[in-house]
Write a protein that binds this ligand. Structure first.
Ligand code: NG1
Ligand code: MG
Length: 492
């Protein structure tokens, strides 16, 4: 394998059109990772891997907590990624063997694919390999049990996407498993199909997430963000970010493992309840089946403004109780639990339908505006337009903090420092900790901003955050980021 030789380092994917179409070479960094991971693979399994898969994490620039309501988002792939080295398993034909390069933190895993039908979520909390198994299960389901051959795989994993930080390490893992398994099964899938399968199967972890992360993991392209739409079908439009602008990611270091908490699903449940509540007020006979705001908007021919007014008119309370909902719909609490709540939200007593609905509708409007302004800016620079972008990011954050209640005190400290530096920033990903994304006017400004964050945040870390983080230069937790490519498959 060479970094730039002809043929030997080519990306090919017999059966995977997506990769066969773009004949990329691994860049020097990727080449280095492949070398290290290949050596680890050999040490673990005594053979060379057959191919490598790389799937990036992502940063969402705007459009938070709207994907599962059907609305569009505007993320970009980051350079941090999960890399897999994959080989067949000639001795134990049906065994899947997983090894993580970070042996200290991630235990080995092995299972028999023949007796698979992976029952997910696997018991005992969200261990790393379960995300991988979601991907295998996704392909198994897509093919159907009859066509799925339980071909054993040996896999070595190297990930450098920060964990539980809102940069989508989980989806990078699930999507890499989907791509690797699809390739081993000899399937022909395009990027959108792979993204849809990955989005669907990540739900086996127990989170009722939307499809943003998996979509950008496959559709990402160097140099541009993407406007990803989910309705009426998955579609990605490249968006050129304003010339000169530099996006910075800063990790609060407050970790949030969504799968281990019910916060995320609580929001999903509230959105679904709010949708049905409103659909019922529109006298739609199938109101119980309408669970995404976008479907309601379409069914009633509303637009962003009329939808917002409708919410304000029909969802007047700040807090809805179980009794409020049961009375309005003529159902019992048991019915509420069994039909309308998810497995991990059975305990919910209160529902902030108005606030959640307003956030989603207003945020979805901001995404559309953000894209439009970027397109205008590509034609001619305007100070006013740039200001608008910053404003949209700030409004997004405020809404996530106030209406969606998914910020975190450590995230707020980062936001306050950003405000002081006159930089527009917002929490990115699901929130409750994790990262912020900030827009700086130039690379020089970004460098200054990063220094300010290092001085005012990272140099002052409270003990509970320092424990997990040896003080170093913090370059891995606060960095300028540039849009990278989506998933790739390399055959040495
Ligand atoms: P994070 O927390 O970055 O993994 C999650 C969801 C997205 C989206 C965002 C909030 C998963 C896999 N992803 O992202 O679909 O809803 O939260 O905008 O759970
Ligand atoms: Mg995630």
């Amino acid at each position: 394998m060479t970094a730039n030789g002809n043929g030997t380092g080519d990306i090919l994917g017999p059966g995977i059109e997506i990769v066969a179409q773009q004949k990329l070479q691994p860049d020097a960094k990727m080449y280095g990772r492949m070398q290290r991971l290949g050596a680890f693979f050999k040490e673990q399994f005594g053979a060379e891997p057959d191919f490598f898969v790389r799937v990036p994490g992502r940063v969402n620039i705007i459009g938070e907590h709207v994907d599962y309501c059907g609305y569009s988002v505007l993320p970009m792939a980051v350079t941090q990624s999960i890399v897999l080295a994959v080989g067949s398993n000639p001795t134990e034909l049906h065994q899947l063997q997983l090894r993580n390069l970070d042996q200290a933190n991630f235990q080995n895993f092995q299972c028999d694919l023949k007796s698979l039908s992976v029952e997910l979520p696997l018991p005992g909390g969200p261990a790393w390999y379960k995300y991988f198994m979601c991907g295998v299960r996704g392909i198994e389901e897509h093919l159907g049990r009859k066509k799925f051959s339980p071909i054993g795989m040996r896999i070595a994993v190297d990930g450098n996407v920060p964990l539980a930080a809102g940069l989508s390490s989980s989806s990078a893992m699930v999507s890499s498993a989907v791509l690797a398994t699809a390739h081993v099964q000899g399937m022909k899938l395009d990027r959108k199909e792979l993204a849809s399968i990955s989005a669907k199967c990540e739900q086996y972890i127990g989170t009722h997430s939307g499809g943003m992360d998996q979509a950008i993991a496959y559709l990402g392209r160097e140099g541009c963000a993407h406007h990803i739409e989910f309705h009426p079908q998955l579609n990605g439009t490249p968006v050129i970010l304003p010339a000169g602008k530099c996006f910075v990611v800063a990790n609060s270091l407050a970790q949030k493992n969504k799968a281990a908490s019910s916060d995320y699903n609580e929001r999903v449940v509230e959105c679904r309840l709010a949708t049905r509540w409103l659909a019922r007020h529109k006298n739609l006979s199938n109101w119980q089946e309408i669970i995404r705001f976008i479907d309601l908007e379409e069914a009633c021919g509303m637009n962003n403004e009329t939808f917002e007014s409708f919410i304000k008119e029909k969802l007047t309370k700040w807090v809805y109780t179980r009794a409020d909902i049961c009375q309005e719909w003529g159902i019992t609490e048991q019915e509420l639990e069994s039909k309308y709540l998810t497995a991990n939200t059975q305990h919910m007593q209160q529902f902030k339908l108005r606030q959640r609905a307003l956030h989603v509708i207003q945020e979805s409007g901001r995404v559309v505006k953000f894209r439009k302004i970027c397109e205008q800016l590509a034609l001619h620079a305007s100070e006013e337009d740039i200001k608008q972008l910053g404003l949209l990011m700030r409004q997004s954050h405020e809404s996530l903090r106030e209406l969606y209640e998914c910020s975190h005190p450590d995230v707020e400290r980062l936001i306050a420092i950003s405000e002081k530096q006159n930089v527009s920033a917002r929490v990115t990903g699901a929130g409750w900790g994790g990262c912020i994304v900030a827009m700086c006017d130039s690379q020089e400004d970004a460098a200054k901003y990063i220094n300010a964050l290092k001085r005012d945040y990272y140099a002052q870390l409270p003990p509970h955050l320092l424990e997990r983080h040896q003080p170093n230069d913090f370059n891995e937790v606060v960095f300028a980021t540039f849009p990278g490519n989506g998933a790739e498959l390399f055959v040495p």
